[in-house]
Design a protein around this ligand. Structure first.
Ligand code: F0G
Length: 407
């Protein structure tokens, strides 16, 4: 890997990779990691374990650096014919990110981000989070021996995620505000106190998340037509798009997929912006959705997400909570894959796109399902109800068994 640099997406200014900055000191815009695209084939990397670090040549971390890893990535890509039929398209795949060590795609980014924090000699790391980022950062910080601070919107973080942050030993701080307010706070705090920030505004973290694109190409052996991604703070869709572009630049593939950005209807500032053709994002002041992971009204990475959708000739839409819950249940009941509500937004989005004629009936779409069902048990109980309770006797239990379903 030739020396990676940080490059401003807007003014083009360049900064050394040892600078601890999250936005351009010159103009305040987002930064991106830039490096010379390696000359390497998929075959040359194929005998390494399947996961984030298989694609070492594309990861901008110096050779001698100690890697902080929990063997993340290498997640399954499931072909889902029953869901495809329901959605009204030919082929639907789920890239199941719930299979990562802490149960979400964040681990791909944290292996890079925490490795970088350690190499920069940071002693403490921090994030604001709707839940998964904090769960993941807490685990990787524990593994690296770093102090971890997480700032959460009070009362809006799913129980499984909170449990992870607490058990991994993070200092968990609840703020009486939403995610957008928590993020603003932690960005100021990290600059003031010299704590390394690991929200998706950190471009090194996104370098890990781009490996999802590499894995999809590895697994499918071709580039899919569409990749549907639920959007919250908009880091993931930007990272995945960067991954596809890099494999094309390296000559590993000869095309890129069309990106499909999906938001929850109550937290859809990017979709509103694109639909109304605005020049700039108008934040949603009081975002609300059952998909608490993407309950974000002012996503920091919106310029990168808009770029991913526009330059891939992509599509975009929002889905209601009812559509999200229906998709979550069908993913679980028809295909046996347990995902949290935000993840189901990508699948709900595919049905909507097929209905609206945004995608053809013979399309092939990969849906990124970002987090595990167990992350949010309270939502499950609220939509499925509690189990029936009976006394411990055979008559009572027999009465509940449907004769046609027995042998
Ligand atoms: N899906 C899940 C399960 C998430 O946890 C998130 C983001 C997203 C989708 C959206 O990804 O922000 O890159 O557009 N969760 C963050 C968090 C915000 O704090 O855990 P994005």
């Amino acid at each position: 890997m030739s020396n990676p640099i940080l490059k401003c997406k807007s003014c083009g200014n360049e900064y050394g990779s040892d600078r601890i900055i999250y936005t351009c000191p010159e103009c305040g815009s987002l930064l991106e990691v830039a490096f010379e695209i390696p000359d390497v084939t998929l075959k040359a990397m194929a005998n390494r374990p399947f996961g984030v670090w298989r694609y070492r040549e594309f990861l901008p971390i110096e050779k001698e650096t100690e890697i902080i890893t929990l063997d993340e990535g290498g997640t399954p890509l499931y072909r889902c014919d029953k869901l495809a039929k329901w959605a009204g398209i030919k082929r639907l795949y789920i890239k199941f990110e719930g299979a990562n060590p802490t149960g979400s795609f964040k681990d791909r980014g944290m292996t890079l981000g925490v490795t970088k924090a350690k190499s920069l000699k940071s002693k403490a790391v921090a994030c604001a989070s709707t839940g998964n980022t904090s769960a993941s950062l807490s685990a990787y910080a524990a593994r690296a021996g770093l102090t971890c601070y997480v700032i959460l919107p009070s009362g809006k973080v799913a129980m499984g995620k909170l449990a992870q942050a607490l058990m991994h030993g993070a200092k968990v701080i609840s703020v009486k505000g939403n995610f957008d307010e928590a993020l603003k706070l932690v960005m100021e705090l990290s600059t003031k106190m010299g704590i390394y920030l690991l929200n998706s505004v950190n471009p090194w973290r996104l370098e890990g998340q781009k490996t999802l694109a590499f894995e999809v190409i590895d697994q499918l052996d071709h580039v899919p037509e569409f990749v549907a991604v639920p959007m919250g703070n908009c880091g993931n869709i930007s990272a995945i798009w960067k991954g596809f572009k890099e494999f094309k630049s390296a000559g590993i593939t000869d095309c890129c997929p069309r990106m499909y950005g999906v938001q929850a209807a109550g937290a859809a500032p990017v979709i509103n912006m694109l639909k109304e053709n605005l020049a700039k994002l108008e934040p949603v002041k009081a975002p609300e959705t059952v998909a608490t992971a993407i309950r974000i009204g002012n996503p920091i990475n919106w310029p990168k997400a808009v770029d991913a959708i526009r330059s891939s000739n992509g599509i975009y839409d929002s889905v209601s909570d009812t559509e999200i819950i229906e998709a979550q249940r069908l993913i679980a009941c028809l295909e046996g894959i347990g995902v949290e509500p935000a993840s189901a937004a990508s699948v709900a989005g595919v049905k909507r796109a097929a209905n609206e004629g945004l995608v053809e009936a013979d399309s092939e779409i990969v849906c990124v399902c970002t987090g595990h069902l167990l992350k949010d048990p309270e939502e499950v109980i609220s939509v499925c109800g509690r189990p029936i309770e009976i006394p411990p006797d055979l008559k009572a239990v027999s009465g509940l068994i449907s004769p046609s379903a027995t042998t």
